[in-house]
Design a protein around this ligand. Structure first.
Ligand SMILES: [Zn+2]
Ligand SMILES: [Zn+2]
Length: 340
């Protein structure tokens, strides 16, 4: 495929998509029924369908029986950790292997022309982004993901929160499944915006942002506090009446879905005819410019409403630069006041 049919490449070799990142069409006024109908399949396929498929696989083949989960023991907790780690190793690892190690697609559709392995840096453990991100994912974030999983399953198993059945509440639970990605986006926006506050940023979130040029292993490379808060999105299903399968879906949107923003390529040429859209650009811009796109790619466009949206165009860039200039002027004025 020729990526220049879909975007442009600058002197440094960085590729950017043409067009702009669009927020979900149901935010348009007046509503455009056709646009919503066109968008719906994209909402479901392939990513959310994939997260639902893994949630069901877990529920039927991995999660122990309810009796076992009534008591907290290392046995089933470690089993869940092993499955989570193996699943991430295979899923993220195969993207790394084909697109970053073997580079089967070269840098077609790649936002940043460079590969992380070419850029050793002191900010990383062993000076390597790959090793650092890998170790943090498997020994910090995936254990915390598992902790969240064990806790909500234990609470459901003990009947301490409502466990709604599919046959009694099919419509309500289907509705929860549909809104789960929206819950994810709002939860992520809130915790993410919080840890961008100066002191919390330096203490917690800078770990994740060390990867200015992210790859799949960067997705879950987090400080433990972020790793816990990020996966704690599943706890919303202990607050609202729900079902553990929906909670598992919610957790997988976070755990498996984290890769979306960090693939580094706009499309993966899985086959020539059907490249896979990664939806990675909004979060790539966040890693590049830090103070834009705190949320996802516009399902619930909180960034747009709060003035931190970068839609990937020149205008988006100009708006961001104007905001940064204003912030700088404010900080300079503050510093002057402090000095006088
Ligand atoms: Zn990120
Ligand atoms: Zn951030």
């Amino acid at each position: 495929m020729d990526d220049l049919d879909y975007g442009t490449r600058n002197k440094r070799g960085d590729w950017a998509p043409s067009g702009h990142i669009e927020v979900a069409p149901f935010w348009a006024w007046p509503p455009k029924a056709l646009a919503i109908l066109k968008w719906l399949p994209e909402y479901i396929w392939p990513w959310n369908a994939f997260h639902m498929a893994t949630a069901l696989l877990y529920w039927f083949y991995v999660v122990p029986d309810v009796e076992t989960m009534k008591t907290l023991t290392w046995g089933w907790a470690l089993w869940l950790y092993a499955v989570n780690a193996a699943a991430i190793f295979i899923f993220y690892g195969s993207v790394e292997l084909f697109f970053y190690v073997k580079r089967k697609q070269g840098n077609r559709f790649k936002y940043n022309a460079k590969f992380p392995s070419e850029q050793p840096s002191d900010v990383f453990w062993f000076k390597s982004q790959n090793i650092d991100n890998f170790l943090r994912s498997f020994f910090v974030s995936i254990p915390l993901w598992t902790l969240v999983e064990v806790l909500f399953l234990w609470v459901f198993a003990n009947g301490w929160v409502p466990w709604l059945g599919w046959s009694e509440h099919p419509y309500y639970l289907a509705f929860l499944v549909v809104v789960a990605p929206m819950i994810h986006e709002v939860h992520f926006f809130c915790i993410h915006r919080l840890i961008h506050w100066g002191p919390l940023y330096r203490w917690i979130h800078s770990v994740h942002h060390n990867s200015v040029n992210p790859s799949p292993w960067s997705s879950l490379s987090m400080h433990p506090i972020e790793g816990f808060l990020y996966h704690a999105v599943a706890f919303w299903h202990l607050v609202i009446p729900s079902n553990p399968i929906v909670a598992m879906f919610q957790l997988h949107i976070a755990g498996f879905g984290a890769v979306n923003g960090h693939i580094g390529f706009d499309k993966l040429e899985i086959t020539e005819e059907t490249p896979l859209d990664t939806h990675a650009y909004a979060h790539y811009l966040h890693h590049k410019y830090f103070e834009v796109n705190y949320g996802g790619d516009g399902l619930i466009p909180l960034d747009k409403w709060l003035g931190t949206w970068h839609d990937g165009t020149k205008e988006g860039d100009a708006q961001m630069q104007a905001r940064f200039a204003k912030k700088k002027a404010r900080m300079n004025a503050k510093a002057e006041r402090a000095n006088s």
